[in-house]
Structure formats: C-alpha cells, structure tokens
Design a protein around this ligand. Structure first.
Ligand code: S3P
Length: 191
C-alpha cells in the first residue's frame, strides 16, 4: 500500500527537473498539476494569470488536484493505490483543501531552497512566473516576501528537502529517501 509521492515547494526549487527522474527511478508514472491546468485552459500559466486572473488559475489548480486525488486506479502488482509521482506548482499548499486531499493519497515532499539560490535560478531561467513579478520588486526581495507569506503552508508538508546545494541526481536520491521513511512510518506506525 505505497502512497503516492507528492512533490511540492517554492518556485525554482527543482520540482520539474527532479520529478521525472524520481518517477523513472521508482518505475512510477509522473504527472504535473501545472500541465493539467495549462492543457485544460489551452494556454500557458502566465497567460491564464494575465487574461483570467489568479483566482481562476487557483480554481483550475484545485480542480486538477481533485481529479488526481480521486484516482481509482489500483497498482497492478499489489492492488494498493496506483503508484505515481505528482508534481505541483509552488502555491498548491496555500489552499488547505488541496493539502488535505493530497495528504490523503500520498506523502508530501516539499522542496526548499535558500532565497539567494532561488532568486539566482529565477534570474537565469526563461520561465515566466507571475507571482514573482507581482509588485515590481527586485527578485530576491519578492522571493523572501513570498517565502515568508507561505512558510505556514509549506510547514504542512510531511517532509522538507533543501535543494540549494544538491545536483539534480543527489536531489532525486534525497527525495526518494525522505519519501521512503515517511511512507514506511505511515504503513507501519510506531508501536
Ligand atoms: C506558482 C508556481 C508556479 C505555477 C504558478 C503559480 C506559485 O509553478 O503554478 O505560476 O504560486 O508559486 P512552479 O512552482 O512550478 O514554478
């Protein structure tokens, strides 16, 4: 009865890079909440924010979480829950209903990173991140501000893994290790 592995955490902590590697190593399927949202909306996330607003994006995100957490498929080997790595956008845990639904089906591994490292990754990347350009602040200031705002939400995860000083291969090992410990505790609670 292995639960699903839910990968979340602040933007640019490495979720999209490490998620498919973790899934490949476990031999599980990989699914990404943001990909479901963009497919359903028919446009990129930055465009959803610009055209329809953040509230609409969050609604699509909630619907994607409901879809993924209502998965009735069973593992063909053990007949337990269907094994899967679910990667989410960085804001998913802010909505407590998402957190409750995801915890019901899996272990939530939250990636973290030092603000300076995250800001540098954001500056290097071409991805458009509407939550970080909000307010027109310098990237590092905005990263720190949003991390502070979300500290309580990220603390709801089962386990945190700091990606700041790890290669993507090392990060994959840490994520699988942290997941394994928590999954085992859930299956075999302490006597
Ligand atoms: C968001 C993070 C993004 C995406 C959207 C909102 C957030 O995903 O879901 O732009 O609120 O932190 P990544 O964390 O994959 O960049």
């Amino acid at each position: 009865m292995t639960p699903k592995l839910i990968l979340t955490g602040f933007m640019a902590t490495g979720k999209s890079s490490v998620g498919p590697i973790v899934a490949r190593q476990l031999g599980w399927e990989f699914v990404d909440v943001d990909m479901i949202v963009t497919a359903r909306a028919g446009k990129p996330i930055a465009q959803i924010f610009a055209d329809d607003g953040e509230a609409h994006f969050r609604q699509l995100e909630r619907e994607a979480v409901v879809q993924l957490t209502s998965d009735r498929r069973r593992c063909p080997h053990c007949h337990g829950p269907f094994p899967e790595v679910i990667s989410t956008g960085g804001g998913v845990l802010v909505d407590e209903s998402n957190c409750v639904a995801l915890k019901r089906v899996g272990v939530i591994v939250c990636l973290t990173g030092r603000p300076e490292v995250i800001a540098a990754r954001v500056e290097r990347s071409k991805a458009r991140r509407p939550k970080l350009t909000e307010g027109g602040k310098p990237t590092l200031a905005r990263v720190k501000e949003l991390m502070d705002e979300r500290a309580d939400a990220y603390a709801r995860a089962d386990v945190q893994v700091d990606s700041s000083d790890l290669t993507v291969e090392q990060l994959a090992d840490h994520v699988i290790g942290a997941f394994g410990v928590h999954a085992a505790r859930r299956i075999l609670p302490p006597a």
